[in-house]
Each structure stands twice: as structure tokens, then as C-alpha cells.
Design a protein around this ligand. Structure first.
Ligand code: SF4
Length: 429
């Protein structure tokens, strides 16, 4: 059976045009998707049952026992951390926030190690963004800054930018000018009309120079700025000013390099300057399929998009203090629940090492780099494959994940609901 118009849950593009061929309860072929989508849908190696660490290895354990122990671990903790949430759907994210509130814990999502700085910048100066549909149909100048969509978001260029035909840009590549800004010549840079190679950590200076030129103060710009010639900066500023509709996309090269959220703030203010000449927008290239959704769901319920601390009895937010990496690095946290993410692969060593010292429970379909750090792992469905639910695309558009196969695994939202109810029983509330 071929199921049409399936949403790929892997990256923030959430491509919704996949044809997925299913035989029995197995995906055997994916059409229209990129290699990452193919691997996601046809991948094997799912953990068959919950496991609990023993002194010599792992024992199988029932779902009921794993859920009961998880609830007991969380209730007994003074400073529990609930982290992850970006590869699952909104119902599970919402249940995570309710558990955090119930136990006075901290809940954080993967923004903390990707676009958290973008959120801080947006909170300061706003977000002149737009939907990917606007970019596809209107943008004749595209800037990719500190990101490499060819490898990380393989269909971003073919669906929305460089290779996509749009209503006002019918000739795709011919009608669009692509500028890539990076510290190294990536595959995306090979496709670009203009590649700006900047010195590592030079983003803030280059953005400031471009702002000065766009503002008509180019005389203050020196001959070279962070490895970029004055001539190239003037040329690029001119391309941007002459655009009918420009779109900047930025990635971790901007958010996680020296300057962090100040880089993003500067990029937003460059966009603001460009809007004195033409229409320009700026958007973060979000990584995990539903990381945007974790920000949305956390915000609806608590008022804050990540790093929410309930230990005071109310929601409190102070990135740098209440962010997962900082709590772990300070050794504050005495129990952790990890859902739909892999901090073992992505956290700094000191933070990941602390997870191994405390009782950590992982809810994830596969054994990952986080598994060896855990005391218990509970396998669940994969959102968008054997579970449906709502996710948010990188431009904030909500999209419904479809369920293409039926499996015997429980949905992570149901596991979390049982943990929540068990905590209430233990607390006697
Ligand atoms: S670009 Fe992203 S969402 Fe689209 S098919 Fe590839 S991995 Fe999936």
C-alpha cells in the first residue's frame, strides 16, 4: 500500500509530500524524501521492551514496573530535570510540562543547545519572519548564514528556495540569487552565487559592517572585516538592497559561535535596516522535527519557551541558570527524565557525565548515546511513523503527523500520562 502526502518528522522542514510504501506493519520504501527521511522511516534497531540497568548489564522489565519506578525516582528527587521533547508531538510535550509542574522540576527542550540564543534575541528585538510559502513564492534573494542546508535540511533548497519555482519566481535558480555566509566552504556554498567566507567568530563584525553599509555609513568600514573584503561587503549589501523580497536563514554557526544571541540580534537588526529599502525577512533553520513545537507548547502553558523552572511553585525562566546544561554542569540535578532527544550525543562532556551519576530515565524508541547513561529506558512509538500528533514546522506552521503503521509500542504521551498519574498517587493528591 502506498500512503500519499505523509509528513517527514525528521527535520524542521516537515516536508509533507512523501509517498510511503508500507507492507504489513513495515515501511519498505519512501519516495520524495531525502536520505535522512528514508533512514528515519525504514530504520531498524528499535528497543523491543523497557530495560533496567543491573550491576552486570540490562534486564527486561515490564512497562508497569518501568513507569512505577520512573514516578518514584522523580518524586524522590529534590531537583529533577525533564529534558528533550523535540522529536515527539505536542501531546507528549504538554504532558511533560504538567509532570514538571507537579514535581517542582525544571523542564527544558533541545533549543537550549541550538536556537535558544535566537529566542533570546527575538525576545529583545522581535522577529521579522514569514512562512516558507512566502519564501518559495516571493524570495529572489536568499541568504544562508552559518548553516548548511544541503546536508542538514536536504530539501530546504528544492522545496522553498534555490531550486523551487514560485509564483513570482517562476524560473527557480535563474530568478534567485543565493548568498552563503560561513567559516568554511560547505556543499551549500558550492551552490551559492556569492560565498562570503568569514573568520571564525567574525559574524558580529561582518553583520555590523553590512548594517553600516545599508544605513549609508559605509565610509566607516575598513578594507577587511573578519576576513571579508570591503568590496565584497558592498557588493552583497547592494544585492540585498535591490532584492524584491529577501529571506535570511541562519543556523548554529551564528547562534553557537562567539557572540551567540548578540549575533542573532545583529542579524535581525540588519534585516530591519534592509526593510528601509525593500522587503526582507529572517528565520532560524530549526533542526529537530518538532523543536519549534516544544517552544510553542511550553509557552502556551508556562509563558516561557524553554528552561522553565517550577521549583518556586510558579514558572520561572532564566537561561544560563535554568537551562539543562547549566543545571547538570553545576551538579544540581539529582534525577532526570529524557524524552525524544539524545543529550548523550549532544551535551558537553561534563553535563552528560552528570546524567550517568544520577538516576536517569530515557523514553525513546531506539538505543542511543544516552542509553549507557541511563538507569531505565522505556521504548515508545515514533511520532509521525507509528503515532500521529501535531508538530510545528520551522516557520511556526502547525502540521499534523500521520500514523503510517501500527505497532505494539505505547505512545510516549500515554507513558507520560501514566507517570503523571502515578506521581499524583504517590503524592496523595
Ligand atoms: S528535508 Fe527534512 S523534513 Fe524534508 S524529507 Fe528531508 S529530513 Fe525529512
Amino acid at each position: 500500500m502506498i500512503i500519499k502526502d505523509v509528513v517527514c518528522p525528521f527535520c524542521g522542514c516537515l516536508c509533507d509530500d512523501l509517498d510511503v510504501e508500507v507492507e504489513g506493519q513495515k515501511v519498505i520504501k519512501v519516495q520524495n524524501g531525502c536520505a535522512l527521511a528514508e533512514a528515519k522511516f525504514t530504520g531498524s534497531g528499535r528497543l523491543p521492551a523497557p530495560i533496567r540497568r543491573t550491576p552486570t548489564g540490562w534486564d527486561d522489565v515490564s512497562y508497569d514496573d518501568a513507569i512505577r519506578e520512573t514516578a518514584e525516582i522523580l518524586v524522590a528527587a529534590d531537583r529533577p530535570l525533564l529534558y528533550g521533547w523535540s522529536s515527539t508531538h505536542g501531546d507528549a510535550q504538554s504532558m511533560g510540562v504538567h509532570i514538571a509542574e507537579l514535581i517542582g522540576g525544571v523542564i527544558d527542550n533541545t533549543s537550549t543547545v541550538c536556537h535558544g540564543p535566537s529566542i533570546l534575541a527575538i525576545q529583545e528585538v522581535g522577529h521579522p519572519g514569514c512562512t516558507l510559502g512566502q519564501v518559495k513564492n516571493r524570495a529572489d534573494v536568499i541568504v544562508y548564514w552559518g548553516c548548511n542546508p544541503t546536508e542538514a535540511h536536504p530539501r530546504h533548497m528544492s522545496r522553498y528556495t534555490t531550486f523551487a519555482t514560485g509564483f513570482f519566481v517562476p524560473e527557480a535558480q535563474k530568478d534567485r540569487t543565493v548568498i552563503v555566509v560561513d567559516t568554511r566552504r560547505t556543499e551549500s556554498a558550492e551552490i551559492a552565487d556569492e560565498f562570503i567566507r568569514i573568520e571564525r567568530g567574525g559574524d558580529y563584525e561582518v553583520l555590523s559592517a553590512l548594517r553600516a553599509i545599508v544605513r549609508g555609513k559605509g565610509n566607516v568600514v575598513p578594507k577587511m572585516v573578519a576576513g571579508v573584503s570591503r568590496e565584497q561587503l558592498f557588493r552583497v549589501a547592494e544585492i540585498c538592497k535591490k532584492a524584491k523580497f529577501g529571506a535570511i536563514f541562519f543556523g548554529l554557526g551564528l547562534t553557537m559561535s562567539a557572540g551567540k544571541y548578540k549575533n542573532v540580534r545583529n542579524a535581525i537588526e540588519l534585516t530591519d535596516e534592509l526593510n528601509r529599502h525593500t522587503k526582507f525577512t529572517i528565520s532560524p533553520l530549526r533542526g529537530h522535527g518538532n523543536v519549534y513545537g516544544s517552544n510553542e507548547v511550553f509557552t502556551w502553558i508556562t509563558g516561557y519557551p524553554y528552561a522553565v523552572d517550577f521549583s518556586r511553585g510558579i514558572a520561572f525562566y532564566n537561561p544560563g541558570e535554568t537551562t539543562a546544561v547549566d543545571i547538570l554542569r553545576r551538579g544540581e540535578c539529582d534525577a532526570a527524565l529524557i524524552v525524544a532527544s539524545d543529550p548523550g550525543a549532544h551535551f558537553p562532556h561534563a553535563a552528560a557525565a552528570h546524567l550517568a551519576k544520577i538516576p536517569t530515565v530515557l523514553i525513546d524508541p531506539h538505543m542511543t548515546a544516552t542509553t549507557p547513561l541511563c538507569r531505565i529506558q522505556i521504548p515508545c512509538t515514533i511520532a509521525g511513523i507509528d503515532a500521529e500528533g501535531t508538530a510545528y514546522r520551522m516557520d511556526g506552521v502547525p502540521i499534523r503527523y500521520r500514523k503510517v503503521i501500527t505497532s505494539s509500542y505505547p505512545d510516549d504521551a500515554d507513558i507520560l500520562k501514566k507517570i503523571h498519574d502515578r506521581i499524583r498517587e504517590v503524592q496523595g493528591s
